[in-house]
Design a protein around this ligand. Structure first.
Ligand code: SAM
Length: 311
């Protein structure tokens, strides 16, 4: 269905937990170990079914870290079981991916995005608080070997923190059949981000002049290619090239509330209608119509980081 600004909303991001096994410096500073209430796989399946009736065709499972839930395969299975859903994807930090990749594939997962901000062990530890880079790399290999495709690596660069490792990340796209995407750092007030740390898409193109535009725009990413590269490099520029006018997303939070826009704190309750399918659909349609025009990161900073919202 279309929202109040005529945008077709067909992509639902489902945060299945706000817990995370990492503690990234730029993500929300709210307690990564705090569970809060979490929807059961059955409730997630039911809600996705109602969203599908309102036009959702693609679902991404995210968090927090979705793989800290030991019922994550059942969650994927329930979503896969909703007829109208064409694509089921997952975003993960990759630490438990080696363990779950094969079962996730069997459960019906199509593709996976892995967050990796550095390929240097000590920088990775500094950014995430954990010494698990090798496990993440093993998770990437495993996901490729079981056929979770396409495989994308998402990286957030910060000036003077991990920006000097951009070349090694670009190299992943040179050597492997992986799309490496750089996401501009977004300011959320509970992460205390200093805007001067932002590395823009233009900074990346200036650093790697051999990257040539492919003319491919997929979702939020603009893709570039280079001679001899197996994968592509993508730029996601929410700050310097705001793409809200083409936004097709809506978010279901781990406690069952719906958040129509990443850049606004407003959320709507839905779980009270779980046992009334018609009302559920009616409420979702009302919420989609209330989706804001877009973020205003330049003048207004949303309170909660992506660990709460679902990145
Ligand atoms: N735990 C999973 C993961 O690491 O991919 C899913 C949730 S995580 C919040 C999703 C994505 O949000 C990660 O790629 C992370 O880099 C990104 N992210 C978190 N805070 C951000 C910020 N302030 N600006 C830009 N991206 C951010």
């Amino acid at each position: 269905m279309k929202d109040g600004f005529g945008r077709e909303i067909d992509y639902l991001r489902v945060s299945v937990t706000q817990r995370c096994n990492l503690n990234c410096v730029y993500c929300g500073k709210t307690d990564c170990e705090k569970k809060g209430s979490e929807l059961s796989p059955g409730a997630i399946g039911k809600l996705v079914g109602a969203f599908a009736k309102c036009g959702i065709k693609k679902v991404r499972v995210t968090g927090g870290e979705p793989l800290v839930r030991n019922d994550v395969c059942e969650i994927v299975e329930r979503i896969r079981g909703v007829d109208a859903i064409g694509t089921v994807a997952l975003t993960t930090n990759g630490v438990y991916l080696e363990k779950y990749a094969a079962d996730l594939k069997t459960a019906g997962l199509d593709s996976v995005n892995i967050s990796l901000d550095s390929t240097d062990g000590s920088t990775y530890r500094h950014l995430t608080g954990a010494d698990v880079l090798e496990r993440v790399m093993a998770g990437i290999e495993k996901a490729q070997s079981v056929g979770l495709s396409p495989l994308k690596v998402n990286a957030v660069l910060m000036k003077g923190v991990n920006s000097d490792g951009a070349g090694e990340l670009v190299d992943l796209a040179r050597k492997k059949d992986i799309d490496v995407r750089f996401i501009e750092l977004m300011p959320f007030s509970d992460s205390g981000i200093d805007k001067s740390l932002i590395v823009t898409g233009a900074d990346i193109l200036a650093q790697f002049p051999f990257l040539k535009p492919t003319g491919q725009f997929e979702g939020t990413a603009e893709y570039y290619a280079a001679d001899g590269f197996r994968g592509r490099v993508g730029l996601i520029n929410p700050i310097t090239k705001k793409f809200c006018s083409a936004c097709n997303r809506i978010r279901l939070l781990s406690d069952g509330r719906v958040k129509p826009c990443l850049g606004h704190d407003v959320t709507y309750g839905l779980t009270q209608y779980l046992n009334d399918e018609d009302r559920l659909e009616e409420e979702i349609r009302k919420i989609i119509l209330k989706k804001p025009a877009g973020h205003s990161f330049d003048t207004q900073t949303p309170s909660y980081g992506l660990n709460r919202t679902g990145g």
